[in-house]
Structure formats: structure tokens, C-alpha cells
Design a binder for this molecule. Structure first.
Ligand code: URA
Length: 468
């Protein structure tokens, strides 16, 4: 067993991994040790310097996608120290075994990777949303100071966000693991601190309280969702939480009035910042309809955030509802075989659904799929529109008529649109074809084969158009 010690977080790990991969040193031969000081490989008790090793390493073009590296960077901020081992195993397998490994959502390592990435991104979103600065007046100018307790040590991951947003202020963020200070030109890193050492009260609080009261939407008061989205541990560092009890007390009558006045739409829950990461993190707080509340979870889209081709299905099925990712169950498997035939990897496209929750009825212990109504499609549509606006595909393949309704904004019949490329403006082309679940339900062999062939050629046409 060789011990790899490295410093500088993800960057250090990536440099080390590149050299180790080139030398074909297998994951089970390495123990990763992040010591924060030096980078070296301890090989049979000899310390070997990276620079020397790297310079004479065999040439290896690292053939892993940008998407993997982005996700791996997020995972590198997870609190679990096993992450380095997991990342190296995955990059090893992607390089030497299966470049499409990330599509294998049944693979245990892929599952751990996805769930760690999800956890870090969610925590980063919370940090961006819930860090509250308090003003500290100083002779040399005001300093804004915040104390926050993230689940993962991810200050370095989110600091660039605050640097961009508050570039002209001097600010400090303290966490139990680390602290960072922005003096208007550079970020300086320091040790963590306890909550008692953090800032308390300030002149900004009244102002912030007034603002929060004015934007407060009583329809959004869902205590359960609020606690899971904004866990109590954050409440003490957020001035507006002092107002919550009072606002909740007044809310019932206001909610009734609002519900009567406005048709429900997910648009009310779409965050101002519309990148996929922020949208995904915001989905659990949507209560535009009651489908998400009855499902295990809302299921957001997945895949390449810059894909030229987007596939839209109807809604998550039972398996997707459990796992939290689209197209994982039987229909997803059929779709996978069609993608394979078209030589398309899941990381080249973006896949999502018209409706984000599994609509079902219960029969004993079984949960039976129910088709969403046009009204439900309309209510949920804002999420799909936000995904379309963020990914900006040039071609959308609608799998089934529910997807077509959501994308085209009107009901169509397959016989009217099959084999057609619909130009819907803004350079976006739409193709409508069968839903794989529909094909699975066809009993007649010939009819089934014909429908499958149609799905295959629609996907191939969509792929070719998206590459043009
Ligand atoms: N059917 C869909 O339309 N979408 C899924 O994600 C799974 C099954």
C-alpha cells in the first residue's frame, strides 16, 4: 500500500491523480492522506516528490468529461474523508474500464458519488441563501461579518460567490471549520471559530426585518418544508427568523385570500438565479400543487447543463421517485438501449420531465401511476421553462404527448406531428415521438416493434439536428 499525501484540496488531488493514473497505480494500492502541508507519494517508506514523478510520468490524455470534474470538485468538499478514495476509484474506472460509468446509476460507487455531490450542492445553496452579514463599525470602515454552520467544510467552494456579489464590501465569514476574509482585493483564509465568537446584533437588523416582512408570502409558510430547507440551526444567525412566529400567526386569512385570487403556478417558486444547481435546490420548496407533497420527492432533470439535445418525458415513475433522478426504471432502461443504439451517452444530453413529481394512487401497498392533467402540466411548466432557459438546447425531443403539451403549450396528436421537425422559434426545434413506457405497454409484437423503430429514428434525427 502506498500513501499519497497531498495539499491544496481538489487541485492537489487532481494533480496527484493525473500522475498516479499515468503510472497505472490502481485504487486499491493507494491510501489518500490530505495533510494540508505537502504533496508527496510515500512509496515503500521512501518519500517521492510529485514534481519529479510528474515530469517523468508516461503521457496519458485524461479522458474524463468536464461534467465529471465539476461534480468531483463539489464532492471534494464533502465532510466524509473517504471521498478522495471514491474519486480516484471513479476516475480510474472512467479512464480504464468504462467511459460511460456515470450513466450506471445502479453502480454503488456512482450512487455514492451522486448523493455526495447532491449533498454538497444543497449545502452550498443553503450557505448562499442563509449567510447573513452583521455590520461592525470600525474606524477604517465598516466590516460585515457572518457566522454560518454548513454541514460540509465548503467555505472555499462558496467564497467566490460572495466575492462576486459583495466585491466592494469588506466582509468575513466564520464557520466552525474555517474563516475567510475579503478586504476588497484578496481572500484571506483563517481558522474556524465557535458560534460564541461570532457576531451578534447590529444596526442592519431592523432594516432587514422590514424588508423580510414586506416580501413575506404567507402561502409559503410550510413549517415542515421551512425546517428542512432552513434547519433550525441556522435560525439564530438570521435576523428575519425573529419575525417568523408573528408572521405565521397572521398568515391563515392571508393565504385564503391569496389562493382565491391567483391560479397556482410553479413560477412563484422559481428562484431569481436560474442556474440548474439553484433551480434543483429550490424544487423541494415548491408547493404550487400537492403532487410533490404526496411523492417521495420532486425529481429534477439531469445531464449535461450545456446539452444541445434535451429529452422531455412525462413525469417520474415509481423508481425515479425513490432515487430522485429521471429515467431510472423500466421506461428508463428501454430509453437507455435506444440511446446506446444512437451512440449517445447520458452525459451528452439533458433529460427531464414535464411534471416533476410522481402522480399516483394507492392500491393497498402499491402505488399506481396516474397521468397528470393538463392543469397539473401547466402548473409545473415553469420548472421546465427554467431548465430550457438555462440549458438552451437547440433540439427538444418530446417523449409522449404530455411532454409535447408542456413544450409546445398545446395538445397535439401524434399522427399530426410524427416525423416532423417543428420549428418553434428562437432557433429551437421540437420533435414528438412515443414515450418508452407506452411502447412497453403495447401487447402486439408488430405494433411494438414499429413504435420502437419510430422512437429510435426520432432520437437519431434529434441527435443529428443537434450536431448540425
Ligand atoms: N417516465 C417518464 O416520463 N419519466 C421518467 O423519468 C420515468 C418514466
Amino acid at each position: 500500500m502506498r500513501t499519497v499525501s497531498f495539499a491544496d484540496g481538489f487541485k492537489g488531488w487532481r494533480n496527484a491523480a493525473r500522475v498516479l493514473l499515468a503510472y497505472k497505480i490502481a485504487p486499491h494500492d493507494i491510501e489518500w492522506q490530505e495533510d494540508g502541508k505537502s504533496s508527496a507519494l510515500l512509496w515503500d517508506d521512501h518519500k517521492i516528490d510529485w514534481q519529479t514523478m510528474g515530469a517523468s510520468a508516461p503521457k496519458l490524455g485524461l479522458n474524463v468529461s468536464r461534467r465529471f470534474l465539476d461534480m468531483a470538485e463539489a464532492v471534494s468538499f464533502h465532510r466524509n474523508p473517504e471521498k478522495w478514495q471514491l474519486l480516484y476509484s471513479l476516475i480510474w474506472r472512467l479512464t480504464y474500464e468504462n467511459p460511460k460509468l456515470l450513466d450506471l446509476s445502479i453502480d454503488e460507487q456512482v450512487q455514492s458519488f451522486l448523493s455526495m455531490e447532491h449533498s454538497v450542492r444543497r449545502d452550498a445553496h443553503k450557505a448562499k441563501a442563509f449567510v447573513r452579514f452583521r455590520k461592525i463599525e470600525q474606524a477604517e470602515g465598516d466590516l460585515y461579518c457572518a457566522w454560518h454552520e454548513p454541514e460540509h467544510p465548503l467555505l472555499a467552494y462558496v467564497a467566490p460567490f460572495f466575492q462576486d456579489r459583495f466585491s466592494v464590501m469588506k466582509w468575513t465569514i466564520l464557520t466552525p471549520d474555517q474563516s475567510v476574509h475579503w478586504d476588497g482585493s484578496v481572500l484571506k483564509w483563517g481558522p474556524g471559530c465557535s458560534q460564541e465568537e461570532g457576531p451578534k446584533g447590529d444596526t442592519l437588523e431592523d432594516l432587514w426585518g422590514c424588508y423580510y416582512k414586506s416580501i413575506f408570502n404567507p402561502a409559503r409558510v410550510k413549517l415542515k418544508a421551512m425546517r428542512s430547507e432552513m434547519p433550525k440551526k441556522y435560525w439564530h444567525s438570521m435576523p428575519e427568523t425573529q419575525l417568523i412566529e408573528e408572521l405565521i400567526f397572521e398568515s391563515d386569512a392571508r393565504v385564503d385570500a391569496m389562493i382565491r385570487a391567483t391560479p397556482a403556478s410553479a413560477a412563484d417558486f422559481i428562484p431569481l438565479v436560474k442556474d440548474l444547481e439553484t433551480l434543483r435546490a429550490a424544487l423541494p420548496s415548491c408547493s404550487a400543487c400537492d403532487l410533490c407533497a404526496k411523492a417521495t420527492q420532486g425529481v429534477f432533470g439531469m445531464g449535461n447543463p450545456r446539452a444541445k439535445l434535451m429529452l422531455v418525458g412525462e413525469q417520474p415513475g415509481e423508481r425515479e421517485d425513490e432515487i430522485g433522478l429521471p429515467f431510472q426504471g423500466p421506461a428508463g432502461q428501454l430509453l437507455q438501449s435506444v440511446l446506446d443504439k444512437a451512440s449517445l451517452g447520458r452525459d451528452e444530453i439533458y433529460m427531464t420531465n414535464a411534471v416533476k413529481a410522481f402522480k399516483h394512487r394507492r392500491e393497498g401497498k402499491r402505488r399506481i401511476h396516474e397521468k397528470p392533467t393538463p392543469r397539473e402540466v401547466g402548473t409545473c411548466k415553469a420548472w421546465l421553462q427554467a431548465e430550457l432557459a438555462s440549458v438552451k438546447p437547440t433540439v427538444v425531443l418530446c417523449l409522449g404527448l404530455t411532454a409535447a403539451l408542456a413544450v409546445l403549450g398545446q395538445s397535439v396528436r401524434l399522427m399530426d406531428v410524427r416525423d416532423k421537425v417543428l420549428d418553434v422559434g428562437n432557433g429551437l426545434k421540437v420533435i414528438v415521438t412515443h414515450h418508452p413506457a407506452h411502447i412497453l405497454r403495447i401487447q402486439d409484437g408488430e405494433e411494438k416493434a414499429a413504435a420502437l423503430l419510430e422512437l429510435e429514428s426520432a432520437l437519431q434525427l434529434a441527435r443529428d439536428l443537434s450536431l448540425a
